[in-house]
Ligand binder design. Structure first.
Ligand SMILES: Nc1ncnc2c1ncn2[C@@H]1O[C@H](COP(=O)(O)OP(=O)(O)OP(=O)(O)O)[C@@H](O)[C@H]1O
Ligand SMILES: [Mg+2]
Length: 398
């Protein structure tokens, strides 16, 4: 083989992306690339501001639909706080907990303790093997020895198994667990109903301030993507691609994650087809993939029967002109799905419970209807997701 051939076998440069990391899921954009969140950022900064003077920050709860910048703003503001406090000679620490991953009290306290621990303490935080109460004791020691103020970010707080850790964190100061260090908690959720489930005492201390993040409109989504267009090589993005991706991501609600995912996938499709530019047709395909991904993520961990019930509702929605169905109709189709899957159906009552859980996840919506005196009242279920997406994902997962 000649030299020329081997040169062509591998290309040394990515023809599409210049800085793909700007579009990766965990990338935290710097200040100049955060668009349309000035009010939320200053409100959050205001709640945490006392930390700069070594006083207790307010506890905050952030709400808003998926992809509205909640996690981003919480991380951004707390990072800035640490830097500015440092200039003032105040030691501020931040512990970030993804409660979807650390859903038990023990896992969450372990994560907080291990991220705040420093080589200067003589405390060790093993991965496992010590009791929850020992983790707490070590955590309080670390915080008092090393910090004036600590901000704990509990992201996806609704995924916590119970309120125990919230109780501990919200009362650490008054219960005398901490002598020096002050704690502030930022709870984040995209379930507006979450607060209803919270213990009253926890609620009153944890929800001192609440902010709701509104969805982005198509213009904001466009600016968010424009601010990251240097992820692509010069001239690779065709002019219509970002506006189209913005319009598509704005359709259900303005989800910035979806917008960025669409852009990244469109680039990957262009790459896979050896295209020189990212064309609008790739954006359309990328949207399908982004939607499937998002739904797959939403139902991650759902039980098989919960998926069969959803599939039944998707089938009903596709085959009928109406979009809301009574439990008995969903159940009939659910039984057919079970037969296909060679699985014994659960009772109507269990299926009703499973549907209620999906309503909590905002996959479906339930409304009570009164059917007149003869019938009494009954529940109707309506799918909030595109039935085709639901079916694609559920069928592909078997
Ligand atoms: N205002 C913005 N400017 C720039 N990028 C943004 C903005 N808002 C969100 N993003 C980007 O969109 C993606 C989703 O944002 P983020 O993770 O903060 O959403 P979220 O509100 O926490 O959603 P979820 O409830 O699903 O966790 C991230 O990649 C983030 O960097
Ligand atoms: Mg988030």
């Amino acid at each position: 083989m000649s030299d020329a051939d081997s040169d062509e076998l591998f290309s040394r440069e990515d023809p599409i992306f210049a800085k793909k990391e700007l579009l990766e899921i965990n990338h935290l954009p710097d200040h100049g690339r955060i668009v349309g969140r000035d009010d939320e950022i200053s409100a959050l900064a205001n709640a945490l501001n006392p930390a700069l003077f070594n006083q207790s920050p307010s506890n905050v709860l952030l709400y808003g639909k998926t992809g509205t910048g909640k996690s981003l703003c919480a991380k951004h503001v707390s990072r800035r706080l640490v830097d500015e406090a440092d200039e003032e000679g105040v030691a501020v620490g931040v512990a970030y907990v993804d409660c979807a991953q650390d859903s038990t009290e023990t896992q969450a306290v372990q994560t907080i303790a291990s991220t705040t621990n420093t080589p200067e303490t003589d405390v060790s935080i093993p991965d496992k093997g010590i009791s929850t109460s020992t983790y707490y004791k070590r955590l309080w020691r670390i915080l008092d020895e090393e910090y004036d103020v600590v901000i704990v970010i509990l992201d996806e707080i609704d995924k916590l198994e119970n309120d125990d850790i919230l109780m501990q964190l919200s009362r650490a100061g008054e219960a005398g667990k901490l002598e020096r260090c002050k704690l502030g908690v930022i709870g984040i959720s995209n379930k507006i109903k979450y607060k209803d489930r919270m213990d009253e005492r926890v609620k009153s201390s944890l929800c001192e301030r609440e902010f709701v993040f509104p969805p982005y409109d198509a213009n904001q989504l466009r600016s968010i993507m424009d601010a990251r267009s240097d992820a692509f090589r010069e001239g690779v993005l065709e002019p219509g691609t970002i506006p189209l991706a913005a319009a598509q991501a704005a359709q259900e609600h303005g989800d910035a994650r979806k917008a960025i995912d669409i852009l990244r996938y469109a680039g990957e499709l262009a790459q896979a087809e050896n295209a020189e530019t990212v064309r609008e047709e790739y954006v359309k395909k990328a949207r399908e993939r982004a939607e499937n991904d998002r739904f797959r993520e939403l139902i991650r961990g759902a039980t098989p029967h919960s998926k069969y019930a959803l599939q039944a509702l998707a089938i009903l929605s596709m085959d009928n002109s109406e979009d809301a169905f009574r439990t008995s109709r969903v159940y009939e189709v659910y039984e057919q799905v079970c037969r296909q899957m060679d699985s014994d159906p659960l009772s109507t009552r269990r299926v009703r419970d499973l549907l209620r859980e999906q309503a909590f996840l905002d996959v479906i919506e339930q409304t009570r209807q009164s059917g007149g005196s003869a019938e009494g009242s009954y529940t109707e279920h309506r799918l909030l997701e595109d039935p085709q997406v639901v079916k694609n994902v559920l069928v592909s997962e078997g």
